[in-house]
Design a protein around this ligand. Sequence first.
Ligand SMILES: NC(=O)c1ccc[n+]([C@@H]2O[C@H](COP(=O)([O-])OP(=O)(O)OC[C@H]3O[C@@H](n4cnc5c(N)ncnc54)[C@H](O)[C@@H]3O)[C@@H](O)[C@H]2O)c1
Length: 257
Amino acid sequence: MFRKEMFSLAGRTGIVTGGGQGLGRAFCRAYAEMGANVVVAEINPETGAEAAGELRALGVESLFVRTDVTRREDLEAAVEAALGLAGRVDFLHNNAGITLWKEAELVPGDDWRRVWDVNLNSVFLGCQAVFPVMKRQGKGSIVNTASMSARIVNVPQRQASYNASKAGVLHLTRSLAVEWAGYGIRVNCISPGYMNGPMAGRFFDDPEIGPIWRGMTPMRRPGEPEELCGAAVLLASDASSFTTGADFAIDGGFTCV
Ligand SMILES: NC(=O)c1ccc[n+]([C@@H]2O[C@H](COP(=O)([O-])OP(=O)(O)OC[C@H]3O[C@@H](n4cnc5c(N)ncnc54)[C@H](O)[C@@H]3O)[C@@H](O)[C@H]2O)c1
């Protein structure tokens, strides 16, 4: 029987990477608002600590763990911190990401690898780090922040490294969903369109880029980070208990046209 409590995260414990600002900060707030304890796994010590303090003020437990998502040992430390809070890890949201705007033919190999390390390899490492815990629990939800760029090629900016890394996140999500379904571990992703925030918001006012992005988005505006959070809560909670391998496009209709 359907019950509204299925959306609750009360007493649950999760980890959000890149939780210090932007979309990750909004996800952290939403999970805490729904009752979850949250480990903020963030590379920036100022924003990470600030985010954890903000969540504690909401009445849940929260820790900042300085985490470079490209480093396996940092992600394992974030998992240990979550276990220290409550002895379990109910959800992991792999969210940290970076962009690189440069013509493909000019992208140095190290920059290409950096984008893939932060955006894609980190997701794999995070999933591996939390797997033994979720397997032991017989239950867990992994939410990955992919992007509409997993399916479309953005213009006018050139960002092949980003697009390809996000396509990787989407298919890694599906692959792990299939491999780990038998362990009770669900793996899904959220694919935002252009969002208001430090990464993309300011370009909506750019005289060259703004009209193109607006014109290609049926809702004619960027999304607000909070507009992603209903999906995040759904995917992290028991309300989506039969959902795995799904990609939740939240892009103002961008990928429909
Ligand atoms: N903003 C958008 O329009 C948009 C659209 C689609 C997808 N996304 C994706 O959403 C996610 C969040 O984007 P955002 O807009 O909030 O970006 P943002 O730059 O505002 O925030 C990213 C956060 O990740 C952290 N971070 C960066 N490198 C890290 C590392 N190596 N280890 C740990 N943390 C690290 C940053 O310090 C920052 O707090 C990214 O994966 C991004 O690709 C964003």
